[in-house]
Design a protein around this ligand. Structure first.
Ligand SMILES: [Zn+2]
Length: 205
């Protein structure tokens, strides 16, 4: 009988799970699994331990939505300890965007992870994103500026306009990323210099 993937159910299960990871398909999952089995001690066992560890200990920050082992996350904690600027909140779609901005190293304020963008097509409305939490944070007297750093996609820009409207009356100035972000571009794919230029040349909405 023809067997579609590997020799037994454990391997099939692993390959099938791995092929659901973004960037993997069934073929690359099979290759990755074979590679890991060959590097069992150097790669597979540490990876299994690391996966279990992250699954157990990493959670979204209840303030900003960043992923961390502590809650509040280390960025929110740094602000409480005066080591980051707590007057500016940068709004991003996803934790990957937060990581990109932190890699660039040019932003020392706080973040707010939306958890996606508004999308009529996918039926994602304001209540599906952490917009209410952002409004609440923006009402805090300490906060004077909100930078909207959603992606330069149609949904990203629609979301930026919606948030700008909602922030009216919160007593904050609203700005967004300017030069550098290509139309249709996603933050996670930008190089550090482009991202920094975009952040530094942000303009009022
Ligand atoms: Zn946080």
């Amino acid at each position: 009988m023809y067997r579609k993937t590997a020799q037994n159910s454990e391997l099939d299960q692993l390959i099938s799970l791995l092929s659901k990871v973004p960037g993997f398909g069934p073929r690359s999952a099979r290759r990755a699994v074979l590679h890991m089995i060959k590097k069992k001690d150097a790669l597979m066992k540490p990876l299994a331990g690391s996966l279990a560890d992250v699954a157990e200990h990493v959670h979204p920050c209840t303030i900003c939505g960043n992923l961390d082992t502590s809650d509040p996350c280390h960025i929110c904690q740094s602000a409480e300890e005066g080591r980051r600027d707590n007057s500016v909140i940068c709004v991003i779609e996803d934790v990957a965007d937060l990581w990109a901005l932190e890699r660039a190293g040019s932003f020392r304020g706080l973040y707010h992870v939306l958890g996606g963008t508004l999308s009529a097509l996918d039926g994602i409305g304001p209540e599906d994103l952490s917009i209410a939490g952002l409004i609440e944070r923006a009402m805090d007297d300490k906060v004077s500026e909100v930078i909207i750093a959603t992606n330069a996609t149609v949904d990203g820009q629609t979301t930026a306009h919606y948030i700008t409207d909602r922030l009216k009356g919160c007593g904050v100035s609203v700005s967004r990323l300017a030069h550098g972000v290509p139309v249709g571009g996603e933050l996670d794919y930008l190089d550090d210099g482009t991202l920094t230029t975009a952040l530094n040349s942000r303009q009022p909405f």
